[in-house]
Design a protein around this ligand. Structure first.
Ligand code: GDP
Ligand code: MG
Length: 143
């Protein structure tokens, strides 16, 4: 499998619960490495632009308000099959449907406050990484 990068966001609910370290630990234990990371308070425009693909969805307004309700931790994860591996670690969007042992099953409260974001494809990952990080901010972690 090829080495890939994916964008991960620890959402405001998980930051508020002080489980940032536990979530990052899961990525590392699964063999993913952090290639870039920062804590940021998103503006409304930041959140709307990031989730632009969902702008016609009924939950868009709630999603944007939730994402700006507190700081988030944004990171680039690097490793073999990083996009799918991260989606597996995250679990289903609705924590009630998330498999046992996944991040959302263990830390998410609801479909809105669902602890983490992860890119859903290599194409999304490229766009989402570029949304938050300059090329010079990415550290190559895999040789
Ligand atoms: P993800 O890739 O698993 O995060 O899910 P999506 O890309 O489909 O949706 C983006 C985010 O919007 C999700 O993580 C949820 O927080 C939120 N969301 C998605 N579907 C719904 C929904 O049906 N209702 C509500 N309230 N929020 C939703
Ligand atoms: Mg998505």
């Amino acid at each position: 499998m090829a080495v890939e990068r994916t964008l991960s966001i620890i959402k405001p609910d998980a930051v508020a619960k002080n489980v940032v370290g536990q979530i990052l630990s899961r990525f590392e234990q699964a063999g993913l490495s952090i290639a870039a990371a920062k804590m940021v308070q998103l503006s409304q425009a930041d959140a709307e632009g990031f989730y632009a693909e969902h702008k016609e969805r009924p939950f868009f307004k709630d999603l944007v308000s939730f994402m700006i309700s507190g700081p988030v931790v944004v990171q680039v994860l690097e490793g073999e099959g990083a996009v799918l591996k991260n989606r597996d670690l995250m679990g289903a969007t609705n924590p009630k449907e998330a498999a046992a042992g996944t991040i959302r099953a263990d830390f998410a409260e609801s479909i809105d406050a669902n602890a983490v974001h992860g890119s859903d494809s290599a194409t999304s990952a490229a766009r989402e990484i570029g949304y938050f990080f300059a090329e010079t901010e990415l550290c190559q972690r895999t040789r």
